[in-house]
Every structure is written in structure tokens, then in C-alpha cells.
Design a protein around this ligand. Structure first.
Ligand code: C5P
Length: 219
């Protein structure tokens, strides 16, 4: 029988990964965090001072980037050239530049290729910005997540604060607004709802309520 694909797209910090992980666990599917891939590429570009206007540098850099997920549990563990970078990719330096890197044609072509390969023969829940529109337009179930921007910033701030005591709510809010703007207005695969995606506004929903809603739709 054909493998099943659940696509979850939406704005930054909408709880996509929380829902995707819970759903994957419940359904015994593989979870793929596509945003972590763009973040790891952005980290490589940052460390190696890649000029985002230089296509030759970008192509060469992409040839030197090797990403791997190792999923012992349903958390995202990603390596960049065999180095564990799961925590570093969440920090502000990467968050501030990832959307610019993700807007690059060559970067998207390579990431989409790898994502499609991962979903080829397995049941997968994948979250991101273009999963239901570009990566898996034929996904059997698609969700488009949204939530009040202030609530999103507060949630992300609380998540980041323990390890980043210097962070401010305002910085987080601005980063989310800036990424949403870049992600929805870019020329290549902008963030948009697929016609057949189910809208899930979770402003007033607990993670448990979201999971129950999503499971009812998948079934
Ligand atoms: O999901 P997350 O917020 O970690 O993604 C980080 C960034 O990666 C997004 O702001 C977006 O610019 C980019 N991204 C993308 N396409 C995806 C997943 C993420 O462009 N499928």
C-alpha cells in the first residue's frame, strides 16, 4: 500500500513542530522538521561567511553541507557534517538570517530534493512552509497552522529564555514578524495555504486539543 504523508505548514512559532511530533508519535510515523534543515544550512553559511549574492559560493557551500537526522525519539536531532547542531540552530544568530538563506533558489532545490527522498517510502509527518504546496502537493492530509502573533512570541520567548537569559520578548516578536514577512513575500515557494489544507488556528487551543483535532482529521 502507498505510504502516507501528513504536511503541516504555517507561520513561525505556531506550534507546528509540537503538533507534528505528537501526531507522529501517536501514528508511529517518522517526524521530519524541514525548518531544521534550512537552519543548519544557514548555520553553515554564517560560519563560512557565504555571500548570499554569490551563486558560485552558494553552490559550492551546498556541496559541502551534509545533513542527517537521527531520531532516537520524536525530538529533532540534526547533524551538520557529523556535528550535532540541534541546539545552536535555535539561537538568534541563525533565526535572524535563516529566512534570507531559505529564499535562495539553489538552497530550496537541494532541500526539497532531500525532503522528497525522505518521504518516498515511509509514513511521514513533515512540518515547514511549503510542504503541502511544493514538497508533497499530493499529501493525503494537510494542515495550515496559524495563531495570534503576540501569543506566538510569548510562547517562543518562554521556550528560549531558560537557555538565553539575555533575550527579550520584543526581539522574539520582531524576529517572528520579520520571518513571516520574508517567508510569505519571497519569490520562490512563498508560505501560503494549499487549497486543500485544513486551517488550524491554535490561539486558544492546548496541545492536547490540537492533537485530538488533527487525529480526527487524519482518520
Ligand atoms: O520551522 P522553522 O521556524 O524552524 O524554520 C526556519 C525558517 O526556515 C523559516 O522561517 C523559513 O524561512 C525557512 N523554511 C522554509 N521552508 C520550510 C521550512 C522552513 O523556507 N519548509
Amino acid at each position: 500500500s502507498k505510504n502516507i504523508m501528513v504536511a503541516i505548514d504555517g507561520y513561525s512559532s505556531c506550534g507546528k513542530s509540537t503538533l507534528a511530533k505528537a501526531l507522529a508519535k501517536e501514528l508511529h510515523f517518522i517526524y521530519v522538521d524541514s525548518g531544521a534543515m534550512y537552519r543548519a544550512v544557514a548555520l553553515y553559511f554564517l560560519r563560512n561567511n557565504i555571500d548570499l549574492k554569490d551563486e558560485h559560493q552558494i553552490k559550492e557551500a551546498l556541496n559541502n553541507v551534509h545533513l542527517n537526522f537521527h531520531s532516537r525519539d520524536y525530538q529533532t536531532h540534526i547533524t551538520l557534517n557529523d556535528e550535532e547542531v540541534s541546539e545552536e540552530i535555535r539561537l538568534m544568530p541563525v533565526s535572524d538570517m535563516v529566512s534570507a538563506v531559505a529564499a535562495l533558489h539553489d538552497v530550496r532545490v537541494e532541500m526539497v530534493r532531500q525532503q522528497q527522498r525522505m518521504g518516498k517510502s515511509k509514513n511521514v509527518v513533515m512540518d515547514g512552509r511549503d510542504i503541502g504546496t511544493v514538497v508533497f502537493p499530493d499529501a493525503q492530509v494537510k494542515f495550515f497552522m496559524t495563531a495570534d502573533p503576540k501569543i506566538r512570541a510569548e510562547r517562543r520567548y518562554k521556550e528560549l529564555l531558560p537557555k538565553n537569559p539575555e533575550i527579550s520578548l520584543e526581539d522574539v516578536f520582531e524576529n517572528l514578524a520579520h520571518r513571516d514577512y520574508q517567508d510569505t513575500t519571497r519569490a520562490e515557494s512563498p508560505l501560503t495555504r494549499a487549497d486543500d489544507a485544513i486551517i488550524l488556528d491554535n490561539t486558544d487551543l492546548t496541545p492536547e486539543e490540537q492533537l485530538a483535532f488533527a487525529i480526527s482529521k487524519v482518520k
